[in-house]
Design a protein. Structure first.
Length: 357
């Protein structure tokens, strides 16, 4: 295993003294509980979305210890909901890694790691920290790594807007299906500004030249024009609205603000640029970032067209999405590139710091 990860206080970025039951900051004096082996380096509210979704975390974790993580995860599966075990083990989830030349010396941070579908696979190759906002999710990750014999793996509970790590120590940071949820822990702040702060934190902890991979749904997905509900709110058309109109719509129908922001391709690129990233490449993650079969570069119209003609299968489209196949076949590839379902963005922190940062 390479050099250890260097943690800092999420509140003041002071150094931390590690104990068995608490970690304490040597600067501000704040203490952080260590519960079931997991340091809880969190700030903000605990209103975040969790993937495991159990009402009795300790009982769930006891079962993980007794029965194994696979059996226990299968046991909490609910009808008509995402398959938790499949998402946790799907080998294609890290197909995008072949865009990079990773090696065993790399240090990787997975921000919003969920049940470890990405982090635990990468930890077979290099050193990984899996971070999530929900304690039960992180404690599950801790047990999963132990049961799978992942010696280059650490799990920590923390918030993406204030990462508890010393600057410039990671070779790769990942946010897949998590950026849109970050604002839910900060309901009194503008959601785009919360997301921007999280991206700036990801930039901060990367080494100069370090890479960042973002996986996120597209607010301009063609299916949303065809009556498909938006995936995070289960509301039709909300992501297509102007933000102020969407906020009113959300308050009227759900009684809460619209925080789960997704973005168009151009909006994602602008966010990443504002955070300090450069040389941003955009990809179509098909069929989605959970069960990834193809990574298509969206700046190559000939490749987009070839993929549509040679690999899209009309049998994969059903229900409200049944018309999508015909639209994808009909539209110009550059039009299609703005209306795919799931984006991937690969970018990096520049080797030289820009003036004014």
């Amino acid at each position: 295993m390479g050099a250890p990860f260097i943690y800092v206080c999420p509140s003041c970025k002071g150094s931390l003294r590690k104990g068995a039951d608490y970690w304490s900051c040597s600067v501000c004096g704040k203490q952080f509980e260590v519960r079931r082996g997991v340091p809880m380096l969190d700030i903000g509210s605990n209103a975040a979305f969790g993937f495991i979704g159990t009402d009795d975390p300790d009982r769930f974790l006891d079962e993980v210890e007794e029965k194994g993580w696979r059996t226990t995860l299968r046991g909490i599966q609910k009808p008509n909901s995402p398959n938790k075990l499949q998402e946790a083990i799907a080998p294609n989830r890290i197909a995008w890694k072949y865009l990079l030349e990773m090696d065993s010396s790399w240090k990787v941070l997975d921000i919003g790691a969920g049940t470890g579908g990405v982090a635990c696979q990468i930890a077979k190759e290099c050193s990984v920290v899996a971070l999530d906002k929900l304690w039960v999710d992180v404690a599950f990750l801790h047990l999963r790594a132990q049961q799978d014999g992942l010696s280059q793996f650490e799990a920590v509970m923390a918030d993406a807007v204030s990462l508890p790590f010393e600057s410039a120590q990671y070779d790769l940071a990942i946010m897949i299906g998590s950026l849109e949820w970050v604002p839910t822990s900060w309901p009194d702040r503008a959601p785009r500004e919360v997301q921007l702060q999280a991206l700036r934190e990801a930039w901060r902890i990367l080494k100069p030249g370090g890479h960042f991979f973002l996986g996120i749904e597209n607010r301009s997905y063609l299916g949303y024009f065809l009556d498909v509900p938006e995936q995070h709110t289960n509301m039709r058309y909300i992501s297509l609205m102007e933000r102020d109109e969407a906020e009113i719509f959300s308050q009227d129908l759900r009684g809460k603000p619209y925080l789960e922001l997704t973005h168009s391709k151009e909006e994602c690129i602008e966010l990443l640029k504002e955070a300090g990233f450069e040389e941003i490449q955009a990809f179509w993650l098909y069929p989605n970032y959970r069960f990834l079969n193809y990574v298509i570069p969206l700046d190559k119209p000939s490749i987009v067209r070839s993929f549509i003609e040679d690999h899209l299968d009309p049998r994969d489209f059903c229900g409200a999405e049944s018309s999508l196949y015909r639209f994808y076949r009909f539209f110009d590839p550059m039009v299609v590139s703005h209306h795919v379902g799931h984006f991937g963005f690969l970018t990096h922190r520049p080797n030289k710091q820009r003036r004014g940062r």
